[in-house]
Design a protein around this ligand. Structure first.
Ligand code: IPD
Ligand code: CA
Ligand code: CA
Length: 260
């Protein structure tokens, strides 16, 4: 099977597992931080995805949120998986969460899928081939003004300097009223790619939260970098992200992020 077909089918298959169990979560286990959950559905979705990759691409490396790094190879092909992004939403019945699967080559995301099983929206991109949602071409927004921008700013308590992100919100609150927060970082990047959100800023993320989203945003004509404006390094355990259309990306860096 070709890689795009494989990723899309696998994301939909995992999404179907997630959707079927929605509203029937049996066990929530706390991970490292207060409120950082894992459920049996995260694990079932992850087992399904890993099994499929092992069958089709047995040589490849896999990094997955719950299973960790399954083989230590920095070069070549690595699958980066978040089997359920937005577990807290999922566990409390807020219908915004996703499955995220990316394939990287030598550390760079080449293909990415983010699937929202409740709204049946599959966001997919391959480098050089553009970005789609359910097969239709998507583009980032053309909104150039912070005053009219729909922006999502998020951070993970304990992982970032909270005042830094509070500073962004405070600054932006003088310029826009259109704040949103989804609770799934992978879906938020997909929404930037689709032109729904004009910009997304978040700190304290892991590679599996953003790997697929990076290729989606870039192939939709946008920019997805860290908060210094450099490419996101997916080999590092933690990252932040600024994803936006090019005009707003530039303005957010120069007028907000670098000023605080
Ligand atoms: C979380 C979600 C959330 C973000 C957290 C992530 P999880 O992922 O993406 O929106 O704020 O940083 O850890 O734990 O639900 O896969
Ligand atoms: Ca996640
Ligand atoms: Ca997850």
């Amino acid at each position: 099977m070709n890689i795009p077909g494989f990723i899309c089918e696998t994301a939909r298959g995992a999404g179907e597992i997630v959707r079927q169990h929605y509203g029937h979560v049996k066990t929530r286990r706390l991970k490292s931080d207060r409120g950082d959950f894992v459920t049996e559905v995260d694990l079932e979705s992850e087992s399904y995805i890993i099994k499929r990759i092992r069958e089709e691409f047995p040589e490849d490396n896999i990094i997955s949120e719950e299973a960790g790094r399954l083989r230590d190879i920095e070069e070549g092909y690595t699958w980066i998986i978040d089997p359920l992004d937005g577990t807290r939403n999922y566990a409390i019945g807020i219908p915004f969460f996703s499955v995220s699967i990316a394939l990287t080559r030598d550390g760079r995301a080449e293909h990415g899928a983010v699937y929202d099983p409740i709204h049946d929206e599959l966001f997919f991109a391959s480098r050089g081939w553009g970005a789609t949602m359910n097969g239709e071409r998507i583009r980032v927004s053309t909104e150039p003004d912070l005053e009219d921008a729909v922006i999502t700013v998020a951070w993970v308590r304990k992982k970032v300097e909270r005042t830094q992100f509070m500073g962004y919100v405070e600054h932006l609150s003088h310029r826009t009223s259109y704040f949103r927060r989804l609770g799934s970082a992978a879906l938020a990047t997909a929404y930037v790619a689709a032109g729904r959100f004009d910009a997304f800023i978040q700190g304290g993320l892991n590679p599996w939260d953003v790997a697929a989203g990076i290729v989606l945003v870039e192939e939709a004509g946008g920019l997805a970098t860290d908060l210094t404006g450099r490419p996101i390094d997916l080999t590092r355990p933690e990252t932040d992200i600024l994803a936006a259309n090019p005009a707003l990306h530039n303005r957010l860096l120069s007028e907000v992020i670098r000023r605080l």
